[in-house]
Design a binder for this molecule. Structure first.
Ligand SMILES: [Zn+2]
Ligand SMILES: [Zn+2]
Ligand SMILES: [Zn+2]
Length: 326
């Protein structure tokens, strides 16, 4: 059985892992939305909420491999990923900065934008002397920022981010740094996967070897007009897919209780199916077994899904033999 605090206790988590094992989902990749921030669209179909934490937990528990592709900063308040970027004076925090080539007058030490010296025909605004030659009485230390509030001059002003979604101001250090990961199913963890997912391929192959047809996740509309899904549906070849299945099976990776039996009974009654199997990992409750017997539903139990698939295949073959002899 799976550990008590495993995220795979949640049904929707197992359904996601099952889709990955079946190859319906190849990998869980990120979409970065300016407003919503980081989303995993394929995972969100099943998981709905708390997606990133759940995927990280599945990685920690060994089900998913993680590949870091990039990183992104998101808003500390709303998790949005779209910012206006502003420069700020590191001395007084003012956002009123001018940028340009700087001149330092070596004679008096006065430092200002070149444009200010140029306006005055290169006469120093402080000592009123005319600048003579670059490198002799003045230098150009490069492009820098001059603060209009405190006069501070800097090459590297502080960066301030303003969130486009919620308007929150924050420094780069305050914004949240997020690793962008892609998650893949770790197929090498056979035993671990067998506890929470199943592989129907061996059954489908065995059934087709005796001339039957098997479909997984089969959807069919009942007499009520409600659409039902069965984990597995089977037809004898002569009937093809045109009529209702001869046998259906539902698999639950849960302790199966009587409500599951009732649900399956209601489905087979609505569709008009005669042979139903309810498969459980790890077990079905005593009440469930009693009820299943009454409704003539076969129960199959096993401690992991690999064993369950083996037992389910035998159980299906038994029903087929019975139907052939009839
Ligand atoms: Zn300043
Ligand atoms: Zn000067
Ligand atoms: Zn925000």
């Amino acid at each position: 059985m799976v550990g008590e605090d495993s995220v795979t206790k949640r049904y929707e988590v197992r359904r996601l892992l099952q889709k990955m094992r079946d190859g319906i989902i190849k990998e869980l990749s990120v979409t970065i939305d300016p407003k919503l921030g980081i989303t995993y669209p394929e995972a969100e179909v099943d998981l709905k909420s708390n997606v990133q934490n759940t995927l990280e937990a599945l990685h920690q528990e060994g089900y998913l491999l993680k590949k870091q592709k990039e990183n992104v900063m998101i808003c500390k308040k709303c998790s949005g990923a779209s910012f206006m970027i502003m420069h700020r004076c590191p001395n007084c925090n003012s956002l009123s900065l001018r940028k340009g080539m700087i001149i330092q007058h070596l004679t008096c030490g006065y430092t200002e934008l070149e444009s200010i010296f140029a306006e005055r025909n290169y006469v120093c605004p402080k000592c009123k002397k005319k600048l003579r030659a670059l490198g002799v009485d003045y230098v150009k230390p490069g492009i820098q920022y001059v603060c209009n509030e405190c006069g501070n001059i800097t090459q590297s002003p502080a960066i301030l981010l303003k969130c486009w979604t919620c308007g929150e101001l924050q420094t780069i250090d305050e914004a949240r740094y997020i690793e962008i990961n892609t998650y893949l199913l770790d197929y090498t963890k056979r035993e671990l996967l067998a506890k929470v997912t199943f592989n129907l391929t061996p059954i489908i192959q065995r059934i087709s070897a005796v001339g039957w047809i098997a479909k997984k996740d089969y959807k069919i509309t009942g007499k009520s007009g409600v659409e039902h899904t069965f984990t597995l549906a089977l037809w004898s070849y002569e009937h093809g897919l045109s009529k209702t299945p001869d046998i259906v099976a539902d698999i639950h990776m849960d302790i199966v209780d009587e409500t599951r039996v009732l649900a399956l009974y209601a489905k087979v009654l609505d569709v008009g199916i005669e042979n139903a199997i309810l498969a459980a990992v790890p077990i079905a409750s005593e009440k469930a077994k009693t009820l299943a017997k009454y409704y003539e539903i076969t129960i199959v139990e096993a401690e992991n899904t690999d064993v369950l698939i083996e037992k389910l295949a035998f159980s299906i073959e038994d029903v087929i033999k019975k139907l052939i002899l009839r």
